[in-house]
Design a protein around this ligand. Structure first.
Ligand SMILES: Nc1ncnc2c1ncn2[C@@H]1O[C@H](COP(=O)(O)OP(=O)(O)O)[C@@H](O)[C@H]1O
Ligand SMILES: [Mg+2]
Length: 279
């Protein structure tokens, strides 16, 4: 990638082992089961897509994998270490970055300033040094701004660094979310519907960005409704329906699976093949 150096997978994990491994994930909200016994693997340099109708449990899975929610049951490991109960900041420090389905606007901050927030997780300055604005704090800030501009350039948005997030169209806000996640220099990124609100050209650009992210060695989990995007970039597709995983396989295998076609992709035609449609 042209932006800061490609990251390496979490230490000591063989290339064939998943970086992130979730098994038997269950999440209940009161009596309602939002996620039921779901397994997900994210491999370094691979793109795993998660699809399913609205309410299928996709964002809940991202919340479970990023430490934002505790699973009712099940395990999530990164590089063999459990993340359950660690909280989202610690999980981020372990190499997992995410975007949000609704982009965060950070009222009062420019796009570039909002890009510097992830670096606070790694800042070397102590609280006191920040308070007195010490030389080390100023160095952290200067490096943060440079890095913010690099990552904004990577998603094609360097020219909006000084603008407030709320002034951007939603498509650009989503791309800033992707850039902000990458600024953490993660081993894994979890992208929650990054193409929602993007036009055709922006979606094509996003597809190439996601491929570049994976080529740099980062493991990608892509939650997405845009089936053309999923089919064009995903190595593996996991299909959720009402919290249950109904299929896992290559994009082609999944798109020809009658259960998936019936539940999600469209009606089965007389040759048994489903028509892929955006939902
Ligand atoms: N914090 C919550 N409390 C109660 N129910 C929730 C909560 N978060 C999600 N849900 C419910 O869980 C189901 C799955 O939601 P979600 O993961 O957002 O689906 P998706 O992202 O696939 O559209 C939905 O029925 C949603 O209303
Ligand atoms: Mg969602």
């Amino acid at each position: 990638m042209s932006a800061p150096a490609a990251t390496t997978p979490a230490g000591g994990v063989a290339a064939s082992e998943p970086l992130l491994c979730a098994r038997g994930l269950i999440k209940r909200f009161g009596g309602f089961v939002a996620v039921s016994n779901v397994d997900v693997d994210v491999h370094a340099g691979h793109i795993t897509a998660m699809i399913g109708p609205n309410g299928a449990g996709k964002s809940t899975v991202i919340n479970l994998l990023s430490g934002a929610l505790l699973p009712t049951k099940g395990s999530v490991t990164i590089g063999g270490q459990s993340i359950v109960g660690r909280g989202s900041h610690e999980v981020a420090r372990m190499g997992v970055a995410r975007t949000f389905q609704t982009p965060r606007l950070f009222d009062g901050l420019s796009v570039g300033e909002s890009m510097m927030l992830p670096r606070a997780l790694f800042a070397k300055s102590s609280y006191l040094e920040c308070f007195v604005h010490s030389p080390r704090t100023r160095k952290d800030e200067a490096g943060g701004w440079e890095s913010a501009l690099d990552w904004l350039s990577f998603v094609g948005l360097a020219d909006v660094a000084e603008m407030p997030m709320s002034a951007l169209p939603v498509g650009s806000q989503r791309l800033v979310e992707v850039a902000r996640a990458l600024a953490l220099e993660p081993d894994i990124v979890l992208l929650d519907e990054p193409a929602a609100g993007l036009d055709h050209t922006e979606t094509e650009r996003l597809a190439r960005l996601i491929e570049q992210i994976a080529q740099s060695g980062i493991g990608v989990l892509l939650v997405e409704h845009d089936m053309h995007l999923v089919m064009s970039v995903a190595d593996t597709v996991v299909v959720l329906d009402a919290g249950v995983c109904i299929a896992t396989g290559t994009a082609t295998a999944v798109s020809e699976d009658p259960t998936v076609i019936e539940a999600y992709l469209g009606v089965v035609n007389d040759k048994g093949a489903g028509e892929v449609k955006d939902v």
